[in-house]
Design a protein around this ligand. Structure first.
Ligand SMILES: [Fe+2]
Length: 230
């Protein structure tokens, strides 16, 4: 399995605080069956230029590298890029894609998006420069009209949701419905630490195996590899 969304790099954002915690997170993901993981610290354009962000990310990776081991998934560096106006014109946006790919993990504002914002994301999708992967869409689902999701899907956006959405209880039925309708294509953990936001791919695996059956669940997770390829 692949985890496309995580905050494992030590000291980079509100995720892991130390190389040791990062190593524990990576071991736990591996134990849950994750063999590839994208390390996607937050990128905020009002805090960093891409150049500065990449330098910081390089330093965080240098802290992590000595503790990497065989009992961990393979990793690739990326970013969770927070949307801002005219994002498509920012120089160096490509450098924030998942390394070796054109996948841009995009975090949207937590409100009802304006027509201008929706159009800009559509343009990003249609530009041919990126595969736009929309981060944790379950957080935005209720605040947008259904037509917005249809438009973004037609434009080629890829929808990522967090594994916690599949927890048994209130939202699991909706999570499964969205997956069946194609509005959940990728599941990531968005893990931040080994406490409240720990690696939890096992939650999604259990839900999919139970609700879809082992074969369909396996097919679903296998499709994620298409987005990882160079
Ligand atoms: Fe995140």
């Amino acid at each position: 399995m692949i985890d496309f969304h995580s905050h494992i790099l030590p000291g980079m954002d509100d995720g892991s605080h130390s190389a040791e915690e990062s190593a524990d997170m990576l071991r736990e993901l591996y134990r849950q069956g994750v063999d590839l993981v994208a390390l996607t610290p937050h990128f905020y354009a009002y805090e960093n230029s891409p150049h500065h962000f990449l330098a910081r990310r390089g330093r965080a990776f240098a802290r992590l590298a000595p503790v990497l081991g065989e009992d961990m998934p393979r990793i690739r560096l990326g970013a969770e890029v927070y949307y801002f106006r005219d994002i498509s014109h920012m120089e160096g946006l490509e450098s924030l894609c998942l390394e070796g790919s054109d996948v841009l993990l995009l975090e949207m504002p937590f409100n009802t998006w304006t027509e201008g914002e929706i159009r800009e994301v559509e343009e990003l999708c249609r530009s041919g420069r990126f595969t736009v992967m929309m981060a944790h869409i379950e957080r935005y689902w209720k605040d947008q009209k259904r037509s917005v999701w249809r438009r973004l899907r037609e434009a080629g956006a890829v929808f990522q949701c967090n594994a916690s959405f599949f927890k048994p209880g209130l939202h699991q039925g909706r999570a499964i419905r969205m997956l069946r309708q194609g509005y959940v294509q990728i599941i990531g953990t968005d893990c931040h630490n080994m406490e409240g936001r720990r690696p939890n791919m096992d939650v999604a695996v259990a839900a999919l195996q139970k609700r879809l059956g082992p074969r369909e669940a396996e097919h679903f997770f296998r499709r994620a590899y298409d987005f990882w390829e160079d």
